[in-house]
Design a binder for this molecule. Structure first.
Ligand code: 13P
Length: 286
């Protein structure tokens, strides 16, 4: 009998109360996922995986991704959470819940406020009836290439009053913000808007999420955790860490191809990276 995956809300509520955060680690194959889960186990922290559409395809579909995460859960004695990341359509979220996801994100942030509310509230109703946690998003998170002027940047960021209204109107459990991070590698110096986060945190008491964790300055991440950020999404850094390790090892004299020779260094480097991030995010409780 497979061990059940857990829903996310309770863990992030605790994180907000005790001022720490969990890394949301991108899950795209079982072995690399296991490397990170072993670190969560060592530090006695919940293992939180995030998975988007593209990674779901690598597993061969939603059900396989759920089964892979359940298999991890059987091998560790910390809670394992698999969170559907940036799902945009109600029907896709319904399919994810049917496949066994206990935590989902509805990203309707590209729509005007009222439509974002309507789409998010519809998912909240469905998910809550199945005991599934919901993350919504308000404000637009820029792409890595987008070099914006200060005023353009501010215009895309989450408005504190709108955030309070959005949370009340949707009943969402967790809120993703835009405060200056980008998805992917930064192509310009990051400017993380901590004063804006502070204003949002005064008005919104649910757990807050920072997307675009890769390359975000660690002093700003630590400050953000003090002000209500409870989950930091990490994807690009993981892919880069694994990719660079497999490239590096092939340059070594005498390297011979085997699964262990090619992939073990990536496994080790991912574990080192994950431990560093988990210790930074959860330093207030470790
Ligand atoms: P990075 O790829 O910048 O780490 O962002 C990941 C993310 O926010 C996924 O939702």
């Amino acid at each position: 009998m497979a061990k059940e995956l857990e829903s996310l809300k309770q863990y992030l509520v605790d994180a907000r109360a005790r001022k720490y955060a969990l890394g949301g680690f991108c899950f795209w194959n079982y072995a690399y996922g296991m490397a990170i889960a072993e670190v969560a186990q060592k530090l006695n922290l919940p293992m939180l995986y995030i998975i988007g559409d593209a990674e779901v395809q690598f597993f061969g579909g939603l059900k396989n991704a759920v089964q892979a995460a359940q298999t991890v859960a059987e091998h560790v004695d910390v809670p394992v959470i698999l969170h559907a990341d940036h799902f945009r359509e109600y029907d896709d979220i319904r399919r994810a819940i049917d496949a066994g996801f206990r935590s989902v994100m509805i990203d309707a942030s590209a729509y005007p406020l009222e439509e974002n509310i309507q789409r998010t509230a519809q998912v909240v109703e469905l998910a809550h009836s199945a005991g599934v946690s919901v993350e919504g998003e308000l404000g637009r998170i820029a792409g890595c290439e987008q070099k914006l002027s200060l005023s353009e940047e501010e215009a895309m960021q989450t408005d504190p009053d709108e955030a309070a209204y959005f949370v009340q109107a949707t009943g969402v459990d967790i809120l993703a913000l835009s405060i200056g991070t980008v998805h992917g590698e930064y192509r310009f110096p990051p400017r993380i808007n901590i004063p804006r986060l502070e204003r949002i945190a005064e008005k919104v008491s649910i757990p807050l999420v920072m997307h675009g964790g890769s390359g975000t300055p660690e002093d700003k991440v630590a400050e953000a955790v003090e002000h209500g950020i409870t989950k930091l999404n990490l994807a690009t850094d993981l892919v880069k860490t694994a990719g660079q390790a497999t490239a590096r090892v092939q340059q070594q004299p005498g390297f011979g191809y085997s699964v262990a020779n090619l992939y073990a260094p990536a496994y080790v480097d991912l574990a080192r990276y994950a431990e560093h991030k988990m210790r930074l995010l959860a330093k207030n409780i470790l």
